[in-house]
Design a protein around this ligand. Sequence first.
Ligand code: SF4
Length: 357
Amino acid sequence: MKIIRKKTRPVKVGSLTIGGGAPISIQSMVTTPAREVTATVEQIQRLTEIGCDIVRVACPTEDDAKLLGKIKSKIKIPLVADIHFHYKLALIALDEGIDKLRLNPGNIGKKDQVAEIVRKAKRLKIPIRIGVNGGSLEKDLREKYGPTPEALVESAGRHVRILEELDFEDIVISIKTSDVGNMIAAYRLASRKFDYPLHLGVTEAGTLMRGSVYNAVGIGTLLEEGIGDTLRVSLTADPVEEVKVGKMILESLGLRKGPRVISCPSCGRAEVDVIRIAEEVERRAMKLKKPLTISVLGCVVNGPGEAHESDFGITCGKGKGMIYVNGEQKRTVTAEHLVDELFREIESAVGEKKSQS
Ligand code: SF4
């Protein structure tokens, strides 16, 4: 299946491009404020290692904003400052060398303050993400429409107009709500109305499992229609999980290449703990860079067939399993050593050594 992506303007964010047909980037946000530099950098490094492309940091105070440059000097991916409606913080963040601002110009208040931020962002070539959120919709729009897709898109349009009137078009737009149906409808509407790149996400989606499912449905539906240029899977969980889920959403639609673990659901025929083995394989495979397929099957009913179609595979038997490489039987290993031996084969074949940790 080939997805035809909607054409949007390209917006440069540090070394990356959002929109204009660029690969769909994955974003996340650290859970620490910028002033906790060591903890923030450590989180960003974990996010980078798992495949995060762009990271956002909250800057609730001037002290936070003043430490953005220090954070940026220690990380490898573009840094976005979230300054909400604090005009001074936006100016400081720009001076600190951030790569993108998350800011709604209509929330800043004074026109001259917005103009000052926009002038500086333009001079430094720093884009702005307008982020409309169902929970903070303007009162008049809520009264006119309720928290509907039309209200969310009209709100985004107001912020866009403010920037356009200041001759600023380096814009990315997000229109998030916790209701998946409304989120999908809002982005469909936004994609007809704007040609700026869209940042997809279901906001306040919930904890790991519920949030992953809601985001997969919302983001996945839109991506399949060709809508969306970057995404964040919001989860009440370690942000590393957000990146993992984001990667899987893209991989499921063929929009990003990555390792894929094919595993059976297990049943009464299995004579080993297939669930434990598959989870361990998934955990280690997540760190592989190459787009390998690895099958983990509980018995010979489907095991050899799936292994034949995979780069690497395990087919389990009673207390042991067969390892396959390129569809060929390699050797039998006891159940407790199956995963280690499988990854030994993977590492020797593809030269990736980082799958153990
Ligand atoms: S592969 Fe075997 S163990 Fe797994 S679900 Fe199918 S029959 Fe059951």
